[in-house]
Every structure is written in C-alpha cells, then in structure tokens.
Ligand binder design. Structure first.
Ligand code: SF4
Length: 227
C-alpha cells in the first residue's frame, strides 16, 4: 500500500474522488455522483454530474426536476433511465425522511433507491470521513483477488474478507489506491505486470494475459497497451 501511495501520486484520480474534492466533500453530491458512476466511464460521470449539479445542487431543488429532465441532464451515463428515477426518488426520501440531508449511517443509506454497499461505503468514507469502511468496486474486487489478499467471487464477499485480511489503517484508502491502479496498470484484461511496482509481492492469481509495456503517465491514461 505504501508503494502504491507513492506511485499513484500524479495519476488521474477516480471521478468521485475529484468530485468529492471539488465540492468540499458534500455528502449529497458525492452520493448522487456515485449513483451516476456505476458501470460508466469516469469522464462521462464527471460531465453528467457537472450538468446535473449546475441545474440542481441540493435534494430540495433536484426533487422538483422531472425524471425526463434528469434523464436529459445525465445522458449518456449507463442505465440513465433507471438512474434518473433513482435520483428523483432518493431526493424525495432525503427531503421527506431525513430532513434534506444525507444520513451518515450504513443502514439508513441502504434504504435509498439504487444505493448498495459500494455506494454507501464510498459516501461514508469520502463525505463522512469514516475510517471503518472499505468500498469494494470491480477494481478492488479484481485486484484484491489477483494479489491473493482474498479469495472471493463477489464484491460483497470481498469487502468482508478484506476487513479480515488487511490492516484497518488502510481501509479508507484501499478504494482510491486500487481503483487508480486498476484504471492505469492492473487493467481487467491485460494487466501491465511488467511495469507494476507491486509485482514482487503479487502472485497474479488468475492472470493469464499481460499487456504490452507503455508509459504510465501523469494524465492517468495508459500509453496504450490493450491488445
Ligand atoms: S503484478 Fe500484475 S496482476 Fe499483480 S497487481 Fe501488478 S498488474 Fe496487477
């Protein structure tokens, strides 16, 4: 983790980390941005979030938008119709049930439409500065298994296994480090093991193909390597 911390310095941060920084960790914008980010490229998430928050940056205002208006603002994020509906319903629940603020407890966050453990954990870590949560997305799940930290089939299993196999001091940063590494080096299909600073500790569990070498740039983009 220390090696990763050094290496990701200067790489492009994941979209929600940047959103969190730019909004001073506003829980509402972190929550909605995370909802939009599922199965969506970072650049698309960032642009959609910017359009939506320019129009409505609080649940009170956002709930007054129609689902169609939200769809138009967030298009082309994946599943934009479902997400628009969830955003609208979430805003109504925040206003009617939680006094217009995002709740800071896991069990309350999970009552919101479209919010699962991944989203709830990220909101707790970024917006509420929790040090007791690990956010597991597809990158964290994949890399944790490749590194041999866990042996799991589903992200929720990975989250629970990581609480057992990793030191608590790293829990809040596991997502940031592994997502950044997963977007730049430990890619899903052709990981760049030949340039990986943690290769000497990695048993590469399940890795059958490797990418060609290329620059790991300050822009966070690969020099090009997928074959
Ligand atoms: S050595 Fe390869 S599989 Fe292991 S973390 Fe690095 S890129 Fe991923």
């Amino acid at each position: 983790m220390r090696a990763l911390a050094r290496e990701i310095d200067g790489l492009e941060l994941p979209a929600i980390e940047k959103l969190s920084e730019s909004t001073q960790e506003d829980p509402f914008q972190v929550l909605i941005g995370t909802l939009l980010s599922a199965r969506t490229q970072d650049a698309t998430t960032a642009a959609a979030s910017e359009r939506l928050f320019a129009r409505a940056s609080t649940p009170q205002v956002m709930r007054t938008l129609t689902v169609k208006q939200i769809e138009k603002l967030i298009y082309p994020v994946s599943f934009y119709r479902h997400k628009a509906k969830h955003v609208k319903e979430t805003c109504a629940i925040l206003v009617d049930t939680f006094g217009g603020v995002v709740p800071g407890k896991m069990e309350e966050l999970l009552t919101l439409p479209g919010v699962g453990r991944k989203t709830a954990n990220l909101v707790l870590i970024l917006a509420f500065k929790s040090v007791k949560n690990i956010c597991v997305d597809t990158h964290v799940h994949r890399i944790s298994n490749r590194l041999g930290w866990v042996k799991t089939h589903l992200p929720d299993e990975t989250e629970q296994a990581l609480y057992e196999s990793t030191e608590a001091r790293w829990w809040p940063t596991i997502n940031l480090y592994l997502v950044t590494w997963g977007q730049n080096v430990c890619r899903p299909v052709y990981p760049r093991c030949g340039e990986c600073v943690i290769a000497k500790w990695c048993p590469r569990v399940g890795v059958t193909k490797r990418g060609r070498t290329g620059r790991i740039g300050g822009t966070g983009r690969m020099g090009r390597t997928d074959e």
